[in-house]
Ligand binder design. Sequence first.
Ligand SMILES: C[S@@+](CC[C@H](N)C(=O)[O-])C[C@H]1O[C@@H](n2cnc3c(N)ncnc32)[C@H](O)[C@@H]1O
Length: 358
Amino acid sequence: MLHSTLAASIPNQLPEPDIAEVIRWRDSSYAADLYIAAVSWLDLFTYLDEAPATEAALRSHFQIKERPTRTMIRLFESWGLLSNVDGNLRATASARRYLSRNSSENISSYIATMKYKSSVREIYDVLRLDAPDTWHVERGDTTNWDALMQTDDFADLNTRGMEERGRIFAPDLARLLDCSQDTAVLDVGGGSGVYSAHLLNRYPNLSATIFERPPVDQLAMQCLAERKLPAARARVIAGDMFVDPFPKTASLHLYSHVLHNWGPEKVRLLLEKSYQSLLPGGRVAVYSCHPDDRGGHPAPIAEAEYSVLLTTGYEGCCYSFEDMRSLMEGVGFQHVDYRRSICNRSLITARKLANSPG
Ligand SMILES: C[S@@+](CC[C@H](N)C(=O)[O-])C[C@H]1O[C@@H](n2cnc3c(N)ncnc32)[C@H](O)[C@@H]1O
């Protein structure tokens, strides 16, 4: 009796976070810093309160670079601080009310009290310089992700992280990506091989090649051995995806969380290489976080926030569906398709023509 009285007096338990939320706290970690930088270092919303501006005008006025500017615009559209009407960016009523110095209710100085926070300074530098050197690792001189990934300790830490994330995402990728007609997948920048492993489990006629740069190739080999995948079905090729040729035996190329690390020129180069080396009628599959902008809607908040992290620490961003479609069709792929996955991820596939000479 006493117990039931006590239980009744305990307030309702708050809902616990799901995996999407647990991942989002990490993926969104730079978004607030970009907001503080834009309000404090740029005073963006006072400027837009005075007159709407195009993206190009914004870049020229603030002397900021194209890639981070686009990421910033997508973030503020998703948060309801900016609207884009025919290419003209306007501060919304809330942004004008609270974030423009022309408003008696503005709190810009309150936000600017955080302007010297180191990650806010970093992201302001990214806006101005587009040089994503923000990986602070105590040992070593470099803070560039690409260089760090070629050192043993960092490659190990990063690959473990990607493996853990992959254990959550890979079953869903294997569900979404029908490989029943495929014979061989090339998993470009495949990390530990976790996505390939799940595809192999689901599709018994499939074999997989993980294409990885040293030292991650060695980690991939260890992981495949631990998974007890037979050598006839899973192997690793060491190489630089930008430089070394791809084998011409795969009907499917998988890029999971790879293209979003790079700018459009390098993405185009990789897609072009895939198009040339895939078997006729083969497909490319890109798995990451891709805002679905087919209806002209702003990116969902979680996806716009993750793009800030990618813009800050890497050369890339979250490419939207239309970004990817244009890149894929630009090198010859057709039938570009979009499927939603879990945790704000999505899968974009496209096909090489069966009679293509490439
Ligand atoms: C963000 S991780 C993604 C790993 C895995 N595909 C996943 O989804 O978890 C990017 C991978 O690309 C690999 N990579 C980066 N540059 C590369 C290059 N030039 N050639 C081959 N692999 C590269 C890295 O070693 C890393 O494993």
